[in-house]
Write a protein that binds this ligand. Structure first.
Ligand code: IMP
Length: 183
């Protein structure tokens, strides 16, 4: 709300041009690594939807889309720890090469949950591409096959990422700055 002193401000951390350039490199690597393979690109909703849509359109090999939705942070900025499957995949992963598209890996607990859920379903391979990696708060070591940017321990918004369901439409990644603790 303009003029509201409680409203956090957003400082640009990664510009739109930087995101686009890095995403082209990731898409090139993915296109080359999965050439000739049955690739299922899985969007981890909701935060990854912007990254997913842009990345998918830069990948040059045939692929299928699917979506999975897991609850994690609720509406605030602190991890809740517990995870719940809200929407499962539609496609069978059996024999397919599954690549999870994640906006940010923070504690790693969402990836721990998803790897636990999907690894028994017979995929030919299961990997993750993450736009952002925030290793400072890691609780489960995730092997991130494709990583966009490593970022410091700051709460970030934009390019699909939210704070209390806002800021998802910013075209860049920004750090939230507030005089009072976020939550
Ligand atoms: P993790 O389970 O702690 O690795 O967190 C994964 C999820 O937490 C992401 O998919 C985001 O939805 C959310 N998250 C983690 N860090 C941030 C952040 O800095 N900004 C916005 N969402 C975040």
């Amino acid at each position: 709300m303009p003029g509201n002193e409680e409203e956090p401000s957003v400082r640009v951390l990664i510009s739109e041009d930087e995101i686009t350039a890095r995403m082209k490199e990731l898409a090139f690597e993915i296109s080359s690594d999965y050439e000739g393979k049955d690739l299922l690109l899985v969007c981890v909703l909701k935060g990854s939807m912007v990254f997913f849509a842009d990345l998918a359109r830069k990948i040059t090999i045939p692929l299928r889309f699917d979506y999975i939705c897991v609850s994690s942070y609720g509406d605030g900025s602190e991890s809740g720890g517990a995870h719940e499957l809200r929407t499962d995949l539609n496609e069978s992963v059996s024999g397919r090469h599954v690549l999870l598209v994640e906006d940010i890996v923070d504690t790693g607990l969402t990836m721990e949950y998803l790897f636990g859920l999907l690894s028994s379903r017979g995929a030919a391979s299961l990997d993750v591409v993450a736009l952002l990696d925030k290793p400072a708060r890691r609780k489960w070591e995730v092997d991130i096959a494709y990583r966009g940017f490593e970022i410091p321990d700051e709460f970030v918004v934009g390019y699909g990422l939210d704070y209390r369901q806002q800021y998802r439409n910013l075209p860049y990644i920004g750090a939230l700055e507030s005089s009072s603790p976020l939550g």
